[in-house]
Design a protein around this ligand. Sequence first.
Ligand code: ASP
Length: 360
Amino acid sequence: MAPEPGAERTNQDGQNLSPTNGETAEPMLAPEWSLAIHGGAGSARRDTTDAEDYYQALRDVLSLGSEQLAAGEASLRVVEEVVATLEDDPRFNAGRGAVFTFVGTHEMDAAIMDGRTLAVGAVAGVKNVQNPVRLARRVMEESDHVLLSGPGADDFAAYVGARRQPQAYFTTEPQLERFRELRARRSAAASTDGDATARADGNDTGNAGVPVDFGGASHLATVGAVAMDRYGNLAAATSTGGTMLKRVGRVGDVPVIGAGTYANNETAAISCTGRGEEFIRHTVAHDVSALIEYASLSVEDAVQKVIRETLKPGDGGIIAVGRNGAIAMEFNTNAMFRGAADSLGRFDVGIWEDVRGGRP
Ligand code: ASP
C-alpha cells in the first residue's frame, strides 16, 4: 500500500528513506512519487517560434506520466510510456523525427534500466523499430543479453513482434531540411580545406575534418525520463536518433549503460543528453550514482558536480531522481527541454533557465 504523504518510507532493507532537515532533525516532506523528463539539451534560439509547442508537448507527457505514477503504476512502465510517447512525437529526435546519418539514413539508440533489480535492456543502431525504448525493454525481459545492435537488433524486433516501420516513417521535413543544409555546409568546408575524408558523395560516412554544427534546434530533442514510484523503485529510460551527420555505425552514450542511462534504487535514476562521446568518456550517469554512493553527495550536488566539474560547457544536460524522490536537472548548454513533477504538487516545464508551472 502506498504510504501517507510525508510518512516515513523505508526501502527493502528497512533503511529510512525520508530525508531529514540537518539542523532540526525534523523529518521533511518526501514525495511519494517523482518524475523528471528531458527532450534534449543543446543550443536553442530564444526567438524560436515553436517554443510554445515544445512547452505543451512537455506538459502533456509530464501529465501522462504523473497520472500513471499517482495511480500506482511502476516507474519502469512509466518511463517506458513517457519515452515511447516522445518517440512518436515527430518534434523530438527519437523514433519518428530522428536525425540523419551522413548518408541520409536513421539509426536509433535506446535504453531502459530498472533500479530495483539492475535489470537493463538497450538497442543501438536500429533502423526499423517504431519505439526503440520498447524494444530495449524486450531485450531486458525476453533475451539473455543487455545490448543488441544493428541488423541483429532489428531481427530481434521482428522475432518478438515489435512494431516496425520503414525508414521513411522516421523522416520529417524539418530534419530533412537541416540535414541537407548541414551536409552542403560540410561539403563546402571540405572542398575549401581540400579534405578528402569528408566527401559529400555518400562514400564517406565520417565526421573527420569538419566539425559538426552542434547548434540549432535539431540537436535538442533526444528524450529521457527518470522516475520514482510509490513503492520507492527507481527507473530510467533514454532514446535518441543520435547526432546529425554521424558516421554510419556510430553508437552514442544512450544505450551505453552508465554513460547516458543508469538506475539503482540505492542511489538514483539518471538520464543524460548531449555530446554522447563525452558522456561515454566520463561514464557520466554512473558517476552521478557513484558520487551518491561513495561520497554521500545528494542527488542535486552529484549532478551539479558532474555538469560543472567533469563535463565542459556545451556538453549537455542530466536529469535524475534520487532515492528519496528529490529531482535534479542541470545543463551546461544554453537550453534543455525538461519537466518535473511529484506527488507534493510540483509540476513545471522549462527550456532555458525559465521554469513554468501549471498543469495543461
Ligand atoms: N546523447 C545523444 C548522442 O550522442 C545525443 C543527444 O543527447 O542529443 O547520441
